[in-house]
Structures are given as structure tokens and as C-alpha cells.
Write a protein that binds this ligand. Structure first.
Ligand code: FES
Ligand SMILES: [Fe+2]
Length: 355
């Protein structure tokens, strides 16, 4: 089978623009406290802050007076104040006050860009595209974040490579070889690949080493000798611009991708474990279940970070190899990769024709 049929050239994929008409998770809710926070999303500098009611606002991170970052300023009531000369801006980006304006002067009609923003499932989501579309585009349904039957861990990633390298990493389960010492899965075999508008899905059969089928199976997490590999299905799905997977019945992973620019990417890996094996769990008082959930929050973070360190090393090397010789073509035998590249390309095209 010729894997390169219809797949765009590397120079096109590795520089493909992001389709901005989607929601992007730019921060964890817990990362935004009283101080404004600077974030970058596909070449755009954005400041997010909480107003006095705790609602999140998102503005261009640039004071229209001298161009300094509003994230260096502070919040007063519902407005953000630039630290340099004290100009104030409301949530729509209008300048509402200049402390030294005299009676003969008027506020300049300057306005900075404001962004649709939502706080949901533990994250702050920004819509950097056409604001009129924001309401029609769903945010990924990461319901496990709140659900008391799931234990959640989250690990941020930040690396120097185009986001397509990350998606390919996440969709190519043959890279279990890289993580063989961590044993997240092993011996993957691609069983099925499907694709539709805006998504690609691949089903692998893989060996899994963890199974939460009895209350005491949690011990396997700490004692590798107790793990017994068993075959299960590993489904990975790129639903542009984010990714998620199911490993057997117990584990679900999300990768919320927020590219910074053409050679730099941020993302959050969210790991959820079902406590479905604890059949009487729902009989316990809600406060106790919440306590367990909170106590176990981030239990798998160290494990995730270990995997991510290995992945990041590979993705940055891929980017470096590409940058040294953009015209060189690699060999590929996993058909899922071609489908991923087509989707990255299609979404870039879609954005440029709609924009
Ligand atoms: S630079 Fe922001 S108020 Fe002057
Ligand atoms: Fe990996």
C-alpha cells in the first residue's frame, strides 16, 4: 500500500496553520488566581483574568497606549488596569478610564480584542477564531473531571515542535516501544482505522498491564511484579483539535492541545480512572466520595510526566530533523499517520477559506 497517496508534503504539514475556530484549553482553572495570566495561542498574546465575581475574561495582551503587556497589570472590580500609566479596560476591550485625563480631553476610542472564554471541566477555554461561531462549537465533554466515580490526574506539556508531531505520537500506538519501562501498554496491533469530517479514529489491540477490577488492584500501580499483561482494545481518536483514548474499560485519556506557534506547542494530558469496580461506591455519602476523589487527584501525575518526558524528546528530535532538511521524506508504514496528516491539512484549509 502506498501510504503517501493524497498525503500533503512534509513542508505543508509541519507548517500547517491551526484552525482557530475551535475552543482551546489555555490554562487550568486552578492556575488563574487573582493575578492576570499571560497565555499564548497560535501567535496571539492573550491575557486572562477573573473579574470581581470570579468570571474569567480574555483580552488581547497589549495595552493600546504603549504596547506593554496587560498581564503585568492588575484587576480592579471588573476591569484590568495597565501597570504603566493606569489605563483601564473592560471585558470588551474598551478603554474606560485614564487617571490623568483632563476636562478638555476625551478617552481615545481605542479598543483591544476580546475573546470568547469559558470555564468548564477544570479548564479555561478560549475561542481564538470568529467569535460568532463560538457558541456553535462544542467544548470536549471531559465529564470525568467532576464525576465522583473517576479519579483524575493532569500533566501539562510544553515542547518545541509543531502540533502535528504530537498528534501523530498520540495516534501511533506502536510507540509503546518507547515507554516499555513504564508499561502503559505494549504489543499494539492496528485492527481498524476510520475517519470522518473532523476526526480520525484507530482501534488497536494491545497488552495492558493495569486493571482496576478489584479494590486491591490499585496495588499494581506501585508493585510492577503484580502486573499481568492481558489483551484489550486501545482506541485513539483525534477529534480536531483535541485527542482522547480508551484503554479497556477503566482508563481514559485526553490530550487538550493548544499550539503556541508553528514550532512550539502546549497541551494538557488528562488521565481518568474509573472506580466502576467498586460497585457499592454510589451508596457511600457524597462528601466521602468527593474526599476520595480529591485525595486521589493527580495520583498518576508522576507516571504521566515520565511518559511525556520520553515523548517530548522524540517530538523535538523530529522537529529538529525536519527543520534541518524540510524536503526530506520519511518512511511510514502506519496508515493512521497519513489520515492524521490529511486532517491537519484539511482543517488548515478550512480555516483559511472561512477566514
Ligand atoms: S502603556 Fe499601558 S497605560 Fe501606558
Ligand atoms: Fe507516548
Amino acid at each position: 500500500m502506498n501510504q503517501s497517496v493524497g498525503v500533503p508534503r512534509p513542508e505543508v504539514i509541519r507548517t500547517a496553520p491551526l484552525n482557530l475556530n475551535h475552543w482551546y484549553a489555555v490554562a487550568l482553572s486552578s492556575e488563574l488566581k487573582k493575578k492576570p495570566l499571560a497565555v499564548q495561542l497560535w501567535h496571539q498574546d492573550i491575557v486572562i483574568f477573573r473579574n470581581q465575581g470570579g468570571d474569567v475574561q480574555a483580552l488581547e495582551n497589549r495595552c493600546p497606549h504603549r504596547g506593554v503587556k496587560l498581564s503585568s497589570g492588575y484587576v480592579q472590580g471588573n476591569e484590568i488596569v495597565c501597570v504603566y500609566h493606569g489605563w483601564k479596560f473592560d471585558h470588551q476591550g474598551y478603554c474606560t478610564d485614564i487617571p490623568y485625563l483632563n476636562e478638555r480631553q476625551q478617552l481615545p476610542p481605542c479598543r483591544i480584542r476580546s475573546y470568547p472564554v469559558q470555564e468548564k471541566h477544570g479548564f479555561i477555554w478560549v475561542f481564538p477564531g470568529d467569535p460568532n461561531r463560538a457558541l456553535h462549537v462544542p467544548i470536549p465533554d471531559l465529564f470525568e473531571w467532576e464525576h465522583l466515580n473517576y479519579v483524575v490526574s493532569v500533566a501539562p506539556l510544553h515542547f518545541q515542535a509543531h502540533f502535528s508531531f504530537l498528534v501523530e505520537n498520540l495516534m501511533d500506538m506502536y510507540h509503546g516501544h518507547l515507554h516499555r519501562h513504564f508499561q502503559p501498554w505494549g504489543n499494539a496491533i492496528l485492527r481498524k482505522k476510520s475517519a470522518g469530517p473532523g476526526w480520525v479514529e484507530a482501534e488497536y489491540q494491545a497488552e495492558c498491564y493495569f486493571q482496576i477490577n478489584r479494590p486491591w488492584s490499585v496495588i499494581q500501580l506501585f508493585i510492577p511484579q503484580l502486573r499481568r499483561p492481558f489483551l484489550t482494545s486501545l482506541i485513539v481518536r483525534y477529534e480536531y483539535p483535541h485527542w482522547h483514548s480508551w484503554l479497556g474499560n477503566d482508563f481514559r485519556l485526553y490530550c487538550l492541545i493548544a499550539p503556541v506557534n508553528v514550532t512550539e506547542t502546549r497541551a494538557y494530558l488528562v488521565h481518568t480512572v474509573s472506580l466502576g469496580a467498586f460497585r457499592d461506591l454510589h451508596r457511600l455519602p457524597v462528601w466521602f466520595r468527593r474526599w476520595v476523589k480529591n485525595r486521589c487527584f493527580n495520583a498518576a501525575r508522576g507516571f504521566l510526566q515520565g511518559l511525556l518526558r520520553e515523548d517530548i524528546l522524540m517530538m523535538e528530535q523530529e522537529q529538529q530533523a525536519y527543520s534541518q532538511n524540510p524536503k526530506r521524506r520519511n518512511w511510514e508504514i502506519n496508515p493512521v499517520i497519513g489520515s492524521v496528516q490529511k486532517l491537519v491539512y484539511q482543517q488548515a484549509q478550512l480555516y483559511s477559506t472561512n477566514d
